[in-house]
Structure formats: C-alpha cells, structure tokens
Design a protein around this ligand. Structure first.
Ligand SMILES: NC(=O)c1ccc[n+]([C@@H]2O[C@H](COP(=O)([O-])OP(=O)(O)OC[C@H]3O[C@@H](n4cnc5c(N)ncnc54)[C@H](O)[C@@H]3O)[C@@H](O)[C@H]2O)c1
Length: 362
C-alpha cells in the first residue's frame, strides 16, 4: 500500500487554509504547523485538528518526519525556508511570488535539483478549470502561435493592510507587480514560456497613503507602518520568439472594477479568461468568463467555454496537483525553471521604471 504523505505548514495566515484543505482532499496528513506568532498557529491547528504546533519551522522539520512543507509566509522568507526544507529532503510547495527576485529563485531551483526533491510554486490560476481547458486548445494546436497577449490584474481600491508586510518593499519585494503577478504568469503559460528579451515599464505610487484605497480584506493595518511600494504598473514585454505581452497591475488606480484577465491573439484563434469582481476583492459577485474567438465558414465566431465554477480560483486544485506530481499521478501545472523567467520579468519591470528606459533580459 502507498505510504500516507505527511505535511507541515509554515505560516498560519490567510492562504494557509487553502493549502491545508488541499492536502486533506488529497489524503495527505497535516501533522504540524509553525508560525513565529504561536497563537496564530494554535488557532489554525485547532480549526483543522493539527496535532503539533511550533514557533520555529526549523524545530518543526527537525522533530517531525515530513514529506511535504507548505511555505505560507511573507515573501522575504520564501527562499530561506524553502531551501532549508529542500536540504532536509522535504518536498516544498511555496506560495507566490517564488521569492523577492530572480536571483533568490535561482537558488531555490538549484536547491531542489541538488536535493532531487519537488519544488512547486502556487501559481493557482493555472489550476483554474478555465485555464486547463484553454491549455488543451493550445496543446491541440487550435490556437496557433500566440503572437500577443494582455495580462491584467487591476483594482481601484485594493491596497492590502496599510503598513503591514504587503506594503513594505523589504518584506514583500514590491506592490501589485509582484503581489498580483498571477496574470503575467498565466499569459506566459499560455504562450509556452518564451524567452523574454526587453521590458519597458512604468510604475506609479498614486493614492499610496490614502485609506479610501484600502482593500476590504487582507491583513490588519499597522499604525505608522511603512508603505513604500508601487500602487500600479504598466509594462510591455517582448520575447526572442517575436511574441509580445502587455501587463497592467494595480492595487489603487481609477479603474471601473477589479478585473483579473488574460486575453490572447493566436494565428488560428484568440481567447480570453476573465474574472470581474463586483467590488474589489468581494468574491460572491464575481463573473467568470472564458471565450474563444475564431473564423468559421468565413464568419467571426465567438465560443463560450462552460466549466464547473471554482470560486477558490484553483487554490486547492494547485495543492492537489502538487501532491499528484509527488505521487507521479499527474503532470505538474508548473515547472520551477518557469519561475525564474517570470521573476526576471518582474525584476525588469522595476528596473525599467527606475532607470526610465527599456531593460534587456539575458
Ligand atoms: N496564491 C494566492 O492566491 C495567495 C493569496 C494570498 C496570499 N498569498 C501569498 O501567501 C503568503 C502569505 O500570505 P498571507 O496572506 O497568508 O499572509 P498573512 O500575513 O496572513 O500570514 C503570514 C503568516 O506568516 C507568519 N510568519 C511571518 N514570518 C514568519 C517566519 N519567518 N516563520 C514562520 N512564520 C512566519 C506570520 O506571523 C503570519 O501568521 C505570501 O507570500 C502571499 O503572497 C497567495
């Protein structure tokens, strides 16, 4: 009989719930949780009936015989914790963004290779049913070459937790460019991860200290806390293959409503995956769409793809795919090397804006 996998969680915040429920649905035993704030870990342990609570993740991985660790902490610690777990022979599912930058991400990918363990990042939007259906069309050759794509995650009032870790560059790596990197990642996935060549971008800091632009969710505000990250970004990315991607990311910008979408134009067909939120961050009014645009019998045809709705936006399904990858039952939705390409683009967006010129990616 197959051995039951044992998982530990590092970080008992909001996203950890999806990891735990994904493991439970995959018949993985979640036996331990650690958080520097032990009270938070205790509350989560009680909620999900997890036996062992630690304040130090190092102690957790020393004392427990874990097959899997989920890294659900602020971005600054992704790299250090993932590498330590991999070195200890543990498979790692790390939250997005992979790390603060491409250099740290490269170190994580190397650590996984050296340890011969699986490292996957939570690009949960790839796990959405719409994304997987679109990928089938792409793999079947129905779309042709995707010449161009547009990736948007734009909010009007969506700054998460004023002065908390999300708004401090040293802890988060940046604002919506790095936090809402999902749609750039999804567009790259559809474009089959071409090698980027140039990035031209501009970031803005408007409404930065204005509480009217705070999101209706997220971590608590910290009085007098630091807010030194961008609030929006507009970027153009070109690839060595001749493809091009336009990306917009914002937490605070005068947009009509929150939109999370990728639209693409292929040589045979175009397509789109989109979630429109009724108000920033309120899920129950969301409208999901997935469409294909073709020419059939000399006429333009729009096809609507119907899937089972996934209000969790693939967050549990991504965990299940990670477990099935370990069990060799499924192909992984993401490969670690892809995260390096993604983070090189993120780095270049910030660099281009700072230097006020296009940045060449080697
Ligand atoms: N995939 C998604 O849709 C999604 C959504 C939200 C957040 N995230 C990502 O998940 C991660 C966590 O976000 P969150 O919203 O749960 O944050 P959070 O602030 O709610 O929780 C983070 C937890 O980590 C703990 N922590 C901080 N440093 C630690 C350390 N060194 N060791 C152990 N614990 C530590 C904190 O005490 C806190 O309880 C971030 O990287 C974020 O980008 C992903």
């Amino acid at each position: 009989m197959e051995k039951r996998l044992k998982a530990g969680i590092v970080g008992a915040g909001g996203i950890a719930d999806y990891h735990i429920s994904g493991y439970l649905k995959s018949d993985v035993e979640v036996i331990a949780i650690s958080d520097i704030d032990t009270e938070r870990a205790k509350i989560k342990a009680e909620k999900f009936n997890i036996k062992n609570v630690y304040s130090s993740y190092k102690e957790m991985i020393e004392k427990e015989n874990l097959d899997i660790v989920s890294v659900c902490v602020p971005n600054k610690y992704h790299s250090e914790i993932s590498i330590e777990c991999l070195k200890n022979g543990i498979n790692v599912f790390c939250e997005k963004p992979p790390a603060l930058n491409a250099k740290e991400t490269e170190k994580m990918v190397k650590a996984a290779k050296d340890a011969k363990k699986i490292l996957m990042f939570d690009f949960n939007n790839r796990a959405r049913p719409e994304s997987q259906v679109l990928m089938k069309y792409i793999k079947n050759g129905d779309i042709g070459k995707i010449n161009s794509a547009q990736a948007l995650w734009i909010r009007r009032c969506g700054i998460p937790g004023f002065g908390g870790w999300f708004t401090q560059k040293a802890l988060s790596g940046g604002g919506p460019v790095i936090d809402l990197l999902h749609m750039i990642d999804l567009a790259l996935y559809f474009m089959e991860f071409p090698e980027p060549e140039y990035v031209l971008a501009k970031t803005f800091y408007d409404f930065s200290g204005n509480p009217d632009f705070k999101g209706p969710w997220g971590i608590p505000d910290v009085e007098g806390g630091i807010m030194d990250v961008e609030t929006s970004s507009h970027a153009l990315i070109t690839f060595k293959t001749g493809q091009v991607l336009f990306a917009r990311n914002s937490w605070a910008e005068m947009n009509k409503r929150e939109e999370v979408s990728v639209t693409f134009q292929g040589t045979k067909a175009g397509g789109m995956i989109r979630r429109l939120f009724g108000r920033d961050g309120i899920d129950d009014t969301a409208i999901d769409d997935c469409e294909l645009y073709t020419m059939e019998n000399g006429k333009p045809v729009n096809r609507k793809i119907i899937v089972e709705p996934d209000p969790k936006m693939g967050r549990e399904r991504a965990v299940i795919n990670f477990v099935n990858t370990i069990r060799k039952k499924e192909e992984p939705f993401s490969k670690p090397e892809q995260a390096i390409i993604l983070m090189k683009i993120i780095d270049a967006i910030y660099k281009s804006s700072d230097e006020k010129k296009p940045v060449k990616i080697d």
